[in-house]
Design a protein around this ligand. Structure first.
Ligand code: HEC
Ligand code: HEC
Ligand code: HEC
Length: 110
C-alpha cells in the first residue's frame, strides 16, 4: 500500500467508518479478491468484496483480525473452515456462503 494510503487507513481504523468516509476514500468501495488457484479461473469469474455492502460494520470487525491490510488470496476450503469470509458467513452471524447463488459474489459487482 502506498504510504499515504496506509496513514489514512490507520486513521480510519482509529476513528471509525464515518471518519474513514470523511477522509475521502482511503479504501476502495469494491475490490476483487485475488485467486489462489489460477487454474480454476475457468469455473467462475473472480469473486468481489464490497466495503459498501459491509458499511454497517466497523473496520475493526475485519481489520486486522480477519483480513490483513493488503490483498490476500484464499479459497472456499478456507472459508468452510471458518476463516476469512467464512468467519461471519456461517449461517449464524450472516447468511451461509452456500445459501446464496454463486453470482452473489462471483462476476460483476453491484
Ligand atoms: C466485513 C469485512 C470488512 C470490513 C468491515 C472492512 N473491510 Fe477493508 N477489506 C476487507 C476485505 C475482504 C479486503 C480485501 C482483502 C483481500 O484482498 O483479500 C479489504 C481491504 C481493505 C484495504 C486494502 C485495499 C486494497 O486496495 O488492497 C483497505 C485500505 C481497507 N480494506 C480499509 C477498510 C476501512 C478503512 C474500513 C472501515 C471503514 C474497512 N476496510 C472495513 C474487508 C473488510
Ligand atoms: C459469499 C461469497 C461467495 C459465494 C456465494 C461463492 N463464492 Fe466462490 N469464492 C468466493 C471467494 C471470496 C473466493 C476467493 C477468490 C477467488 O478465487 O475468486 C472464491 C473462490 C472460488 C473458486 C476458486 C477455487 C476455490 O475453491 O476457492 C471457485 C471455483 C468458486 N469460488 C466457485 C464458486 C461456486 C461454483 C459458487 C456457487 C455454488 C460460489 N463459488 C459461491 C466467494 C464466494
Ligand atoms: C465481520 C463479518 C463479515 C465478514 C468477515 C464478511 N461479511 Fe459479508 N456480510 C456480513 C453481514 C453482517 C452482512 C449483511 C448480512 C445479512 O443480510 O445476512 C454481509 C453481507 C454480504 C453480502 C450481501 C451484500 C448485499 O449487497 O446485500 C455479500 C455478497 C457478502 N457479505 C460477501 C462477503 C465476502 C465475499 C466476504 C469475504 C471477502 C465477506 N462478505 C466477509 C458480515 C461479514
Amino acid at each position: 500500500m502506498r504510504r499515504r494510503g496506509r496513514l489514512l487507513f490507520v486513521l480510519a481504523l482509529a476513528l471509525g467508518p464515518p471518519a474513514a468516509l470523511a477522509l475521502g476514500a482511503a479504501f476502495p468501495a469494491t475490490l476483487r479478491i485475488p485467486r489462489r488457484e489460477p487454474a480454476s479461473a475457468l469455473a467462475v469469474p473472480a469473486a468481489w468484496f464490497s466495503h459498501r455492502a459491509h458499511g454497517a460494520l466497523g473496520c475493526y470487525s475485519c481489520h486486522p483480525s480477519v483480513f490483513p491490510q493488503a490483498p490476500l488470496a484464499f479459497t472456499h476450503e478456507d472459508m468452510r473452515a471458518g476463516r476469512y469470509c467464512g468467519s461471519c458467513h456461517d449461517g449464524a452471524r450472516a447468511f451461509a456462503i452456500t445459501a446464496v447463488a454463486c453470482g452473489g459474489c462471483h462476476g460483476t459487482l453491484h
